[in-house]
Design a protein around this ligand. Structure first.
Ligand SMILES: [Zn+2]
Length: 266
């Protein structure tokens, strides 16, 4: 290697280090800022009750029973029963073949990452069957840089504004087929190649509503990613710069389960 080339690589490294340091300092101060109120935290989770939008065909989805009351027992407890895939929830890789990992086995580092918010509200308003294209992902990268490894991608379709109306949110036609936007298999392939940790959406499913083969479920869960479905309103999130904390239930052997998702705003 020519000396000049070595010198220029060295100079390039010197130039890059302060940028990386600044990014890390920014992240650190973001976390520290939560307690002081300097960092805003948005909860992307719907409260769990028996009135959320279930997947079509799920007859029983949630039940809570009071076991003890303050009046009778001096303390208050309940027991509850729910589907693993109800309300704001996480799909573990084991949910669809060839995925294997159950919700308790997902490496914890996958639960923390920069949020890549891809805004497709305009496309979704025009076409309820819209599927995120590779070109749209590339447009995001032109504006904000290459999607970093370990990022968590969120598809903002605007569907949260229809929640919790079963009719509007599922948007079923006369034959019962649902119509809401989602990721295309091609876009999922690109995101898996970018080594992102998970894919999220503000609809019932990562695959678009009319999907019959659940191609994205098979492909990205098979690649070890997880999915976040029925995320709450993301309208306050920037397209780049927020940081996500994903906290699913640690249910042994689970195909998924309820998840609490927090976005830290820059
Ligand atoms: Zn699911």
């Amino acid at each position: 290697m020519a000396i000049m080339t070595r010198v220029s690589i060295f100079m390039l490294c010197l130039a890059v280090i302060p940028v990386l340091l600044a990014q890390n300092m920014h992240r650190d101060s973001m976390l520290e800022g939560v307690a002081s109120g300097k960092t805003r935290v948005i909860d992307l989770t719907y409260a769990i009750n028996d009135k959320l939008v279930p997947w079509p065909g799920d007859a029983k989805f949630f039940e809570a029973t009071v076991n003890a009351t303050v009046e009778k027992n001096g303390y208050f407890t309940r027991s509850f029963w729910m589907l693993e895939h109800y309300g704001t929830h996480l799909d573990a890789p084991a949910h669809f073949p060839p995925g294997k990992t159950t919700v308790d086995q997902i490496p914890v580092k996958q639960f923390f990452g920069p949020a890549v918010v891809i805004d497709v509200r305009a496309e979704s308003a025009k076409d309820a069957d819209y599927q995120l294209s590779v070109a749209r992902v590339e447009t995001w990268e032109k504006l904000h840089g290459k999607i970093p490894e370990g990022a968590i991608v969120l598809l903002r379709t605007g569907w949260a504004s229809r929640w919790p109306s079963i009719q509007k949110y599922r948007n079923q036609d006369a034959k019962g087929k649902m119509h809401f936007p989602g990721y295309s298999a091609e876009a999922a392939k690109l995101l898996v190649a970018r080594k992102v940790s998970g894919l999220g959406c503000d609809t019932l499913s990562i695959d678009f509503g009319a999907s019959e083969d659940y191609a994205v479920h098979h492909f990205s869960l098979g690649a070890g990613l997880y999915h976040l479905e029925n995320l709450a309103d993301m309208s306050e999130l920037p397209e780049s710069g927020a940081f996500l904390v994903v906290a699913p239930i640690k249910l042994e052997g689970g195909s998924g389960g309820p998840v609490r998702v927090f976005a830290l705003l820059p």
